[in-house]
Design a protein around this ligand. Sequence first.
Ligand SMILES: Nc1ncnc2c1ncn2[C@@H]1O[C@H](COP(=O)(O)OP(=O)(O)OP(=O)(O)O)[C@@H](O)[C@H]1O
Ligand SMILES: [Mg+2]
Length: 460
Amino acid sequence: MSDVQPPRILIVDDDQGIRFFLEEALSRENYQLTLASSAAEAIRLAETTQYDIALLDFKVPGMNGLDLMERLKGMIPNLIVLIITAFGSRDLVREAMNRGAYDFFTKPIDIHDLRFILRRAVDKYVLLRENRTLKKTLEYKSPFPEIIGNSPAMHGLFEKLEKVAKADVDILITGESGTGKELVADVIYHHSARAGGPFVKVNCAAIPDTLLESELFGHEKGAFTGAEKLKIGKFERANHGMILLDEITEMNGFMQGKLLRVIQERTIERLGGNTPIKLDFRMLAATNRDLFTAVQEERFREDLFYRLNVVPIHIPPLRERREDIVPLANHFLRQYCARFGKHILCLSPEAETMLEGYAFPGNVRQLENMIQHAVVLSDGPELETKNLQFFEPRQERPIPNGNPLPPADTIDSAVGKVERDMIVQALQAVKGRRQEAAAYLNISRKSLYNKMKKYGLMDG
Ligand SMILES: Nc1ncnc2c1ncn2[C@@H]1O[C@H](COP(=O)(O)OP(=O)(O)OP(=O)(O)O)[C@@H](O)[C@H]1O
Ligand SMILES: [Mg+2]
C-alpha cells in the first residue's frame, strides 16, 4: 500500500451533516476525499478525476442512487461503489448489490462499520491496481522485445518481420516521422544473417546533394579538386553487411538513377575511378514520405520505386494503434526512471486516458519525449497529467488580416516573413526538434534546414 497513491474517495450525500461526519471520521486515514452534494456535481467531478471508491447516498437529489451508480461506473469502470441507505431498505440493498455495488452501510452510520467496510474496499482497490499492472506486464509478449506494440497492426508487423528479417531481401520501410522506422531497421539487422557484419546508415536528407555521391560511392585520390585522399564510400563500407538509406525521397533525380543501377548490379565505381567494384550488401531504405505520391508528382523515379517496393514494411501512425500508447508510455517510463534514478511506479489513470485520446502528430518519438520530460518533473509515485505537455498542432494558421506584418516591399518578402514566423513557431512548439517541426510544417527536413539557413535561424 505504501507506494500506491492513496485511494481517491468520492462522497455523494445531500445531507451536509453526513458529509461533515464522514469527512471528520475519515480525515485521519490516508485517503483523498472529495465531497459532492448532488448527482450532477458527482458526475461533473467524475469527468475529470478517476475516483477509486465512491460512497453514494441512496437518495441524492437529481437522480436515483442506482442510476447514479451505473452512470459513474460507466465513466470509471473500476470504481468501487459503497451505498449508504436508510435502515431497513433491504430490497434496495439487494438490488444495488446485484447491479454491481461492492458493499453498503446503513444510517445512522456506525463509525466502526464505516472504517471496516472502507478498509475492505481499499484492499479491493489495491488488488485491482496490482492486477492492472500485472496484466500490462504480461501484455508485452512479442517476438521482438525491442519493439513495443500490442495492437493488431503491430502484430501484423511482427509477423512480417519474422518472415523477412532472415531472408536476404532489400526492404523499404515507410511510416510517418517518429513511428519507429530506424528502430525496425535496427531490429532487421540484429535478426538477420548479417548481424555480425557492418551496418552503415546514411541519412540522405542530412547530406547536401553535391556531397551525397562521394559519400555513397567514395572517390579516388585526385578525382576532383579537394579530393586529396582516397575515400571509401558508404556502400563499400557496408560490404558483407547492410546499408540503411534513410529519407530516400530526398535524393535528387541523378542520384536516384545511380542508385537504381547499384541495386540491380550490386556494383559501384568510386568517383574518378573506372574499375567496377563488386559488392555484397543488403539494402534497407526508409522514408516518411508517401512514395507513391512522389512518383505521381515526378519527384521520384517510378522504376526505382518499383524496385524498392518489392518488400515494403509500413508502420502505421500511433493514432491508428491507440492500444500501443499506454504500453509504450510504460516502457519509456521505466527506461527514463532508470536513467534519471526516479521511482515512479505507473501512470495515473487520468494520464493514461489523456494520452490515449491524443493524436500524437510526432508519433512515438513525441510520446517518448513527453514521458521523458514528465519523468524529470515528477516525484511519483504516479506520473500525473500536470506533468504531461501536449503540443496541439493548430488547425488554423494565424491569418494576418489584422495586419500584424510590417509593410513589405514585395510579395516575396511578405511570404518570407510569414514563412519565417511559421518556422519559428513550429520550432518553439516542438522544442527545436527539426524533424518534428518539419513534419508539422509538412516539408522535408532538408527543406526546413535550407529555410532556417535562409532566415538566419541556425544556431551559431
Ligand atoms: N514500437 C516501439 N517500441 C519502442 N520504442 C519505439 C517504438 N517505436 C519507436 N520507438 C522509439 O521512438 C523513437 C523514434 O523512433 P525512430 O527514430 O525509429 O523513428 P523514425 O520513424 O525513424 O522517425 P523519422 O522519420 O523522424 O526518422 C526512438 O527512440 C525509438 O526507439
Ligand atoms: Mg528515422
